[in-house]
Design a protein around this ligand. Structure first.
Ligand SMILES: CC(C)(COP(=O)(O)OP(=O)(O)OC[C@H]1O[C@@H](n2cnc3c(N)ncnc32)[C@H](O)[C@@H]1OP(=O)(O)O)[C@@H](O)C(=O)NCCC(=O)NCCS
Length: 160
């Protein structure tokens, strides 16, 4: 069996999420997005084999980031990726994506899809660097505090 553990920058490592990570992941998600996800939802996703989730954490299991996928047959959707603001810009997000690509080799998924807000250049750069290309866009997709919804870019990358 393939060992599901990867090295990450800053002495962190990446491994599958556990239900006990749901609390920290919910806090991290709330710190990263205008609309957070309830802890209960995150815990349910972690327990569901159709939504594999990887965490980047230290040896005391303090979370620095996580990525959550949804398996959809040939396709897999990157549902969310978030890195703690204190740990950003150090390669943790990139390491999480790479671990996802490797982890998906054990599944039928051949293409990864994601939506990203057009006003989120950090995430767009991260995805472009990882080989994603824009395939379409969805206007007015994301709610924004100022009431002006933001466009989503749909991006895709083949997995091989
Ligand atoms: C997007 C996010 C996950 C990136 O995580 P990160 O660990 O900071 O990213 P990394 O350090 O691995 O950066 C990898 C690449 O992404 C790009 N990038 C990351 N942060 C960037 C920034 N602030 N500005 C421009 N490019 C950036 C760069 O190309 C970088 O590579 P480089 O350092 O060689 O130039 C993180 O900023 C985050 O959690 N943001 C809030 C949540 C979010 O927007 N998630 C994506 C939703 S679709």
């Amino acid at each position: 069996m393939m060992l599901r553990s990867w090295m990450a920058p800053l002495g962190l490592h990446i491994e599958p999420a556990q239900p006990r990570d749901a609390d920290a992941a919910a806090k991290l998600h709330a710190a990263s997005f205008y609309r957070g996800w309830p802890r209960e939802d995150l815990e349910a996703y972690v327990l569901d084999s159709d939504t594999p989730t990887l965490v980047a954490c230290d040896k005391h299991r303090k979370l620095a980031g996580f990525a959550m996928l949804r398996l959809l047959g040939d396709d897999v959707e990157l549902m969310t990726i978030a890195v703690d603001p204190k740990f950003r810009g150090k390669g943790v997000g990139e390491a999480l994506l790479k671990a996802c690509f490797e982890d998906l080799l054990m599944t039928p998924a051949r293409r990864m899809l994601l939506e990203v807000a057009a006003d989120n250049p950090a995430a767009i750069r991260l995805y472009e660097k990882a080989g994603f290309k824009q395939i379409s866009e969805r206007k007015g997709y994301y709610a924004r505090p100022n009431g002006q919804p933001a466009t989503a870019l749909v991006m895709a990358r083949d997995l091989n």
